[in-house]
Design a protein around this ligand. Structure first.
Ligand code: 6R9
Length: 646
């Protein structure tokens, strides 16, 4: 058995003390299986509705779903006001920490006032229900306040990650038809103020539909100013009344548009609506993380600019009256223990982050987390890509102190909320597997023709029933919505684009995007499997694998590896060792054709490795679109490493 398979075969029962008091027990899956719509209706009942729905689901015109038909609610009221009305106004909603170490504490009562002021300002600026508002901010409280202010007045927010370029912003402003942009002079990243306003000026000069730009002062950098268009947040919002009466909107009223990360050519504006979305993010946040509103300190260490931030920094935690930590900066500023320092300082009990960060911490070494008191942690989460068993075990041992179960949550921008994940009161954990569909979710693994596969088989992941937080369409492009997600296996089957395997117990293993499943001499090999094997070798910190076209085998396996700090690059010897390691670990068929030792890997801002670019390098092509890359100089470094003939 291979090293990583051996690790992956291990089972970790959820600790007794976690299971005993978990919010959701083993009966949830069963109840949902018997009455799926009844189960989701109960989940929706955790929210406060201004008017109850008549019908849980209208699926008469698939794939266009309507959930909680006829129901009305205000999303911001559910996230803020109702907790204040219930006497929890003094509870902290966010412990916010800036990268330089400045802090801000926002209670639910303060958040209500801030959101109401911002809502009044938007109304004063002529923003109406249904209008699109772009939010291009660093990780500061105004990002959350702006999102909730939009939700409160029924405007549709469109958050663009602050690291995106002016071009990326401009195309999103145009596609969404935004009328207003909320931004700041800049934010702090890696120890220095970085500017945002110049990108907005550039993008807005090409977007005639944008009437106003509201600017939060964060760094005090000088900014260009367009009179009549630009307004300071502190002059426009702070003078508003803290009273604002929320209006109830239809359950299907649009809540936000989120453009998916650029692993495809033209970004897709994923549309989420109100009632179903809030139902599922709130319920999953409560169930998957076993959230106890009175005692937990919850931290999703991600950016609000991607879906994980929307669902699990903002909407889920607030709907559940959680106390959250929000951090502006990067993990290594001003030092590599920054995250652990924050866990210690705020007594974080639940941490949710991405495997790529865990592997970075592995690279930096276990001495760093060992220098902090992480004993408050009781549960960990993972999201964004398959977590290789080595990273899972390291996370469990060196951050979770061996006592914290890890919830490996599979979901997508399109799904809005967790879809496949273990549950703390239910599941014996298997490192590397997201395991079981969430209660009320129907996930299957099918072959190319759409036939469901039995256990112990590899195929494509599909979702065979609609779910409350599903995307409703691609903004302005219903046809593309149908074509992309609902045509491969018919109009009632959602094609997720991920490869998956069911093991002998029926647990689901995600194998990466299907375009990342390689086909070598007719054998299907997952990039993830080879990456996992490479990372299991003591010299390798991180690995990215692509299938490059090969005249004889169809595809050849090309690996890019980053070595651990203490490993020596012995050139050809090391490459041979690693190739043989994979061949031994998985089988000769998986032996990489080529391995390149590199310093960095190209990643999207949400931390996903851009295999498309690596494939371009491996196949010696001109580089494609790099606008979503965090740092495009990485690609030059990688290309410089290539032999001229590669
Ligand atoms: C939430 C988020 C979605 C894609 C998805 C899949 C990958 C996410 C995963 C995972 C394996 C997990 N993915 N979570 N793969 N295990 N726990 O990441 O949304 O940015 O839209 O990405 O990410 O490939 O299809 P998004």
């Amino acid at each position: 058995m291979s090293e990583s398979t051996e690790l992956a075969g291990r089972r970790f029962p959820v600790p007794e003390h976690v299971a005993a008091q978990a919010n959701v027990g083993p009966d949830a899956h069963e109840r949902a299986a018997q009455d799926r719509l009844g189960f989701w209706a109960e989940a929706a009942d955790r929210l406060t509705w201004a008017q109850r729905w008549d019908e849980v689901l209208d699926w008469s015109n698939p794939p266009f779903a309507k959930w909680f038909v006829g129901g009305k609610l205000n999303v911001a009221y559910n996230c803020v006001d109702r907790h204040v009305e219930a006497g929890h106004g003094e509870q902290v909603a966010y412990h916010w920490e800036g990268e330089p170490g400045d802090t801000r504490t926002l209670t639910y009562a303060q958040l209500k006032d801030e959101v109401s002021r911002a809502a009044n300002a938007l109304v004063e600026l002529g923003v109406q229900a249904g209008d699109r508002v772009a939010i291009y901010l660093p990780m500061i409280p105004e990002a959350v306040i702006s999102m909730l202010a939009c939700a409160r007045i029924g405007a549709v927010h469109m958050v663009v990650f602050g690291g995106f370029s002016a071009d990326a912003l401009a195309s999103r402003l145009e596609d969404s038809g935004a009328v207003l942009v909320i931004t700041s002079d800049g934010g702090y990243r890696r120890g220095a103020p970085s500017a945002l306003k110049p990108a907005v000026d550039d993008a807005v000069s090409r977007s005639p539909g944008v009437r106003n730009v509201v600017v939060v002062k964060r760094t005090e950098q000088d900014v260009e100013w367009t009179e009549g268009r630009d307004l300071w947040w502190h002059e426009t919002v702070d003078r508003q009344s803290a009273e604002h009466t929320p209006e109830a909107f239809d359950a299907e009223h649009p809540l936000y548009i989120m453009y998916t990360s650029g692993t495809t050519a033209k970004p897709k504006g994923i549309l989420h609506t109100s009632g179903g979305y809030l139902t599922q993010v709130a319920y999953t946040h409560w169930a998957t993380f076993d959230l106890k509103a009175d005692t937990d300190v919850f931290w999703t260490a991600a950016d609000v600019g991607w879906v994980t931030g929307h669902s699990y920094i903002v909407y889920g935690p607030l709907a559940n009256r959680a106390t959250s930590v929000m951090y502006e900066g990067t993990p290594e500023t001003p030092h590599r223990g920054r995250w652990f320092e924050l866990i210690q300082k705020y007594g974080v009990t639940i941490l949710y982050t991405a495997p790529t960060v865990i592997r970075t911490f592995m690279k930096w070494g276990e001495d760093i987390p060992a220098g902090f008191d992480l004993s408050t942690l009781r549960l960990l989460g993972s999201v964004g890509e398959p977590i290789n068993p080595e990273a899972w075990l390291w996370y469990q041992e060196h951050i979770g102190g061996g006592r914290c179960p890890i919830m490996d949550t599979w979901w997508q921008t399109e799904t809005g909320a967790h879809m496949i994940t273990p549950l703390p009161g239910v599941t014996s954990l298997k490192p590397g597997s997201a395991q079981t569909p969430f209660p009320g979710i129907s996930a299957k693994v099918v072959d190319d023709e759409g036939n469901e596969l039995g256990d112990d088989a590899t195929g494509l992941l599909v979702l065979t029933e609609p779910w409350p937080s599903m995307l409703r369409t691609i903004w302005g492009d219903d046809d593309r919505y149908v074509d992309t997600y609902w045509s491969r296996f018919g109009k009632e089957v959602y094609f997720a684009g991920d490869g998956a395997k069911k093991d002998a117990d029926g647990d689901i293993w995600l194998l990466g995007r299907v375009d990342d499943v390689m086909n070598v001499s007719g054998h299907r090999i997952s990039t993830t499997e080879v990456e996992s094997s490479l990372v299991a070798h003591p010299t390798v910190a991180e690995a990215a694998v692509v299938g490059a076209s090969d005249p004889t085998t169809g595809q050849g396996i090309v690996a890019f590896v980053i070595l651990r700090g203490n490993a020596e690059d012995s050139g050809d010897d090391l490459v041979q060792t690693l190739r043989n390691h994979v061949a031994k670990d998985i089988g000769p068929i998986a032996k990489p054709r080529q391995i390149m030792v590199v310093q960095e890997l190209p990643k999207t801002r949400s931390g996903k490795i851009m295999r498309r670019l690596l494939r371009d390098v491996a196949e010696n092509r001109e580089l494609g679109d790099v606008t979503t890359l965090t740092d495009d100089s990485v690609m030059n470094l990688i290309k410089d490493k290539l032999p001229a003939s590669a």
